[in-house]
Ligand binder design. Structure first.
Ligand SMILES: [Zn+2]
Length: 248
């Protein structure tokens, strides 16, 4: 997840692989094995049948790593925000906002996609918590120690997580497909982005042909907010989730 090989974190560069990684917070050391002079990388990917784009990414990653020279020293942190490697709050702030070197906004701090978008404030707050995966989905409640059965209230089949609730749930998938005019290739491109935050960061880059600019821009916010409201009404007011009500 840190930037150690190339100019951007591998998590960002290979988003389509990272979402299948079973060890997301592992160290470099954890991902390599050394037998004698032979060193091998193990990416610990849960998926076995890869799409062509994923196979290409695996090969690209292997090439990148093959050109990376590791030494025997322990991993250590280094602050690249200042030329003298000294950390300061000012340099951190400028770095987050991409102002230090005229860079684009740092991908992992997506304030523009929330706070610069014209949305009601309560939706902005909801989205801000969602991109940091802090909204109170059942899996997050369980992580906080709440003893509760994990069942998605919309499909009543799978466990509820952020990515399931807003993208993978059959109810939500059907909603997306209707709003995207059944253009499967857009949905595939969306799911290739891996996690909720990356989907929103990359949304403006997706093929929006056939949609008004403003419609396209606000579509994912509208979908996620509507799904969240529908989900809450189903849980707290016992109201059946209705696709027609969400769309109207
Ligand atoms: Zn579901």
């Amino acid at each position: 997840m840190d930037k150690w090989c190339g100019e951007i974190p591998l998590e960002v560069k290979f988003q389509n692989l990272f979402r299948h990684a079973s060890i997301k917070n592992g160290s470099v050391e954890q991902h390599r094995t050394q037998e004698g002079n032979v060193m091998e990388w193990n990416f610990y990917l849960r998926r076995r049948n890869f799409r062509e784009s994923e196979v290409n990414s695996i090969n690209e990653l292997k090439v990148l790593l093959a050109h990376t020279i590791l030494d025997d020293e322990d991993d250590s942190w280094r602050w690249n925000g200042m030329s003298n490697r000294t950390f300061s709050v000012k340099s951190y702030y400028l770095d987050l906002h991409g102002k230090r070197r005229g860079d684009a906004q740092v991908p992992n701090f997506p304030y523009k996609i929330i706070w610069k978008v014209k949305l009601p404030l309560r939706i902005k707050f909801f989205m801000w918590y969602a991109v940091w995966e802090r909204i109170l989905t059942v899996d997050n409640l369980r992580n906080r120690g709440m003893i509760i059965q994990n069942r998605c209230v919309l499909c009543k089949a799978s466990e509820e997580s952020i990515i399931h609730l807003f993208f993978l749930c059959p109810f939500t998938s059907m909603l997306w497909m209707r709003l995207l005019h059944h253009r499967v290739e857009i949905m595939d491109a969306v799911m290739d982005k891996g996690n909720f935050r990356n989907i929103f960061i990359n949304w403006p880059l997706l093929n929006s042909e056939g949609f008004k600019a403003i419609t396209w821009k606000l579509l994912p916010y509208a979908v996620c907010w509507s799904v969240w409201v529908t989900r809450n009404k189903a849980i707290f007011q016992n109201k059946n989730a209705s696709m027609e009500k969400v769309i109207c």
